[in-house]
Design a protein around this ligand. Structure first.
Ligand SMILES: [Zn+2]
Length: 610
């Protein structure tokens, strides 16, 4: 089925209340607003009333009066613009928490900032907890938000690139009791402090561990810098073996429960402040489901979640009784996730033809594609392991979602989906094509015909356009982030962030950046003028729908979320400007004044509630 389009630019105020037989006293009334409901039957309103966490009235100010009683909280919106809460279709929750509460060095490529960031985390973390990750220098060659010309030239003869290289002396002074192992964004280089080096047995007079080059000073003392073996050019960051990680793996304990809880609360705080009221959690450690349940039972959840484990877990999901539609208002299940190729950020996405700037590579398939074996029901047909898993999960009522970036990866999934439909029958399965990043014309058409959900993250376009054409050329770039054609083909375009990003790029949770990217198709610094492949722009109304109702649809939740409609959960946001009337270039600067979840204020102009 295709979702109705909301194309009316001017909000029409429907003066007729949609009364529940007799007006009850509401818990909350918000009135005097400009409300864009994302509900085609009732697109514009001035006021809402909320009872028991759901909308009981959406309409004109006059009609809401009868819902106000002595116990009703009344918010005067003061003419502010209101839309449904944002629903982020794709959040790597665990790594987002680690990045927000822990170390983030993506934009760091100098000693001063490096030391400062580690110092900050040292103050937050419990004594003894390892400081790890960081991904320094991610923006050293391609400045964040900049256009292609801004790329820094790296020395092509230096396999490790001529990038910032920290040493233990920078941080040893304040980390005498705490192990630190941070890495460069491409994982080719790591830096350990003295405590971590000692724990790994890396010291003066001892030979380098197998497969790792230890940088040493003139006295033979390790400097802290550790190097993985590399073969390709610095541009290609596909690392075949991460020996450093393997060496330290068993030394670094899994994060404590209290650290995970602190990280969870940090992300939820951030989400509330940018208006996110629901998100899909992509394959976080199952421990997070326990944390969610505990927080829900204590009434501490401020955002709703749909948890998606990896496809390999489909059998245990089924054993637990999980199907599409499982869960409650706060925590939901029903989908599983797989990955079949790499990413654009390090040229590992899988294409039919070689990379324009690297004729020897078409990108990679992930392990889940192997082994390729004969299909049990047709000896002439070769089948990937992914397809065997997908057929079974689909037959058992699990929703499929698969990451595909390159055109061949997307094409393979369209082929596979055709076979799944042929074998398991036609049904409302809402196959989620995750990222749908570069697609051929034929596959865009097929995605529409099979009513695929294009689970895209529009900020990727703003970020990747900086180097996209250099890597895959102009013709293939035409099919990149082709949101307009996907939408028109009949695919359901759903938005989110992919936070916290890849090891090469940061994707922020703020939905305004995604709306801005989808509507303008420009980088954050406003280039190119007129937008990159501007024929693929969406309207702002469509972009809002993609970030709310369409993501609810993508999770079989459109009956409970995604629009400001009587009977749905009262999740909505009050914004600093009217997205429908401002200049599209200004969308990225719009802020959230209030976020309400289930009719309760969870964020208000700079202050997180609860
Ligand atoms: Zn992802």
């Amino acid at each position: 089925m295709k979702l109705p389009k909301i194309s009316i630019l001017v909000a029409v105020i429907v003066a007729v209340a949609r009364p529940v037989a007799q007006a009850q006293q509401a818990d909350l009334v918000a009135r005097n607003g400009v409300i864009w409901t994302v509900d085609t039957d009732n697109p514009g309103a001035e006021a809402v009333a909320v009872l028991d966490g759901r909308f009981v009235y959406v309409g004109a100010d006059a009609g809401v009066e009868s819902f106000i009683g002595p116990g009703t909280d009344v918010i005067d919106l003061g003419g502010a613009f209101v839309i449904p809460g944002f629903y982020d279709n794709h959040v790597h929750f665990e790594s987002t928490g680690r990045l927000l509460y822990g170390l983030n060095l993506l934009d760091v490529s100098d000693a001063e900032a490096f030391v400062q960031r580690i110092r900050d985390v040292d103050k937050r973390y419990a004594p003894g907890t390892w400081i790890t990750g960081g991904d320094w220098s991610a923006y050293e060659t391609w400045a964040e938000g900049a256009v292609a010309e801004a790329g820094k030239q790296v020395n092509p003869d230096d396999l490790y690139g001529s990038l910032f290289l920290p040493n233990k002396g920078m941080i040893d002074g304040f980390t005498r009791e705490r192990p630190v192992l941070v890495r460069r964004f491409d994982r080719k280089v790591y830096m350990a402090n003295s405590v971590a080096l000692e724990l790994a047995g890396i010291r003066k007079g001892v030979p380098d561990p197998e497969g790792i080059a230890v940088e040493r000073d003139e006295r033979g003392e390790p400097t802290g810098a550790l190097f993985n073996p590399v073969t390709g050019a610095v541009e290609s960051t596909v690392l075949v073996r991460d020996n450093i990680r393997a060496l330290f793996k068993d030394l670094i304990p899994t994060p404590s429960r209290s650290q995970r809880v602190a990280e969870t609360q940090e992300v939820w705080k951030k989400m509330a402040s940018v208006g996110v009221t629901s998100y899909c959690d992509i394959t976080s450690n199952p421990e997070y489901v326990n944390i969610y349940r505990e927080m829900r039972d204590q009434g501490k959840m401020t955002v709703r979640v749909r948890y998606r484990p990896s496809l390999e877990k489909w059998q245990s999901m089924v054993d637990l009784g999980i199907r599409i539609g499982s869960g409650d208002d706060w925590i939901r299940f029903g989908a599983a996730k797989a990955w079949i190729d790499g990413i654009m950020g390090n040229s590992s996405a899988r294409f039919y033809e070689p990379y324009t700037n690297n004729p020897s590579s078409r990108g990679i398939w992930r392990d889940i594609m192997f082994p390729f074996e004969r299909s049990p029901d047709n000896p002439e047909e070769m089948q990937s392991r992914l397809e065997r898993l997908a057929l079974q999960a689909d037959a058992h009522g699990i929703q499929l979602s698969v990451h595909a970036i390159g055109d061949e990866a997307n094409g393979y999934l369209m082929d596979m989906l055709e076979r799944i439909i042929a074998k398991n029958g036609d049904k409302d399965r809402r196959f989620r094509l995750v990222h749908a990043q570069v697609m051929t014309d034929r596959d865009i058409k097929r995605a529409g015909e099979m009513h695929v959900v294009a689970e895209v993250q529009p900020f990727h376009a703003a970020d990747d356009m900086r180097w996209m054409e250099e890597r895959i050329g102009h013709e293939r770039s035409r099919g990149a982030y082709a949101f307009r054609r996907l939408w028109d083909s009949g695919a359901v375009v759903s938005f989110g962030t992919d936070s916290p990003g890849t090891n090469a790029s940061r994707y922020y949770l703020n939905p305004m950046l995604g709306l801005y990217a989808a509507v303008t198709r420009k980088t954050l610094s406003g280039q190119p003028e007129g937008g990159w492949f501007p024929q693929e722009k969406l309207t702002v109304e469509e972009a809002i729908q993609a970030y709310t109702l369409n993501t609810a649809y993508a999770g079989f939740e459109e009956h409970m979320k995604g629009s400001i409609t009587v009977g749905k959960l009262a999740d909505f946001v009050v914004l600093s400007a009217n997205l429908l009337t401002i200049n599209a270039d200004d969308i990225k600067d719009v802020t959230v004044k209030k976020t309400l979840v289930g009719g309760k204020v969870v964020y208000s102009a700079g202050v997180n509630a609860r």
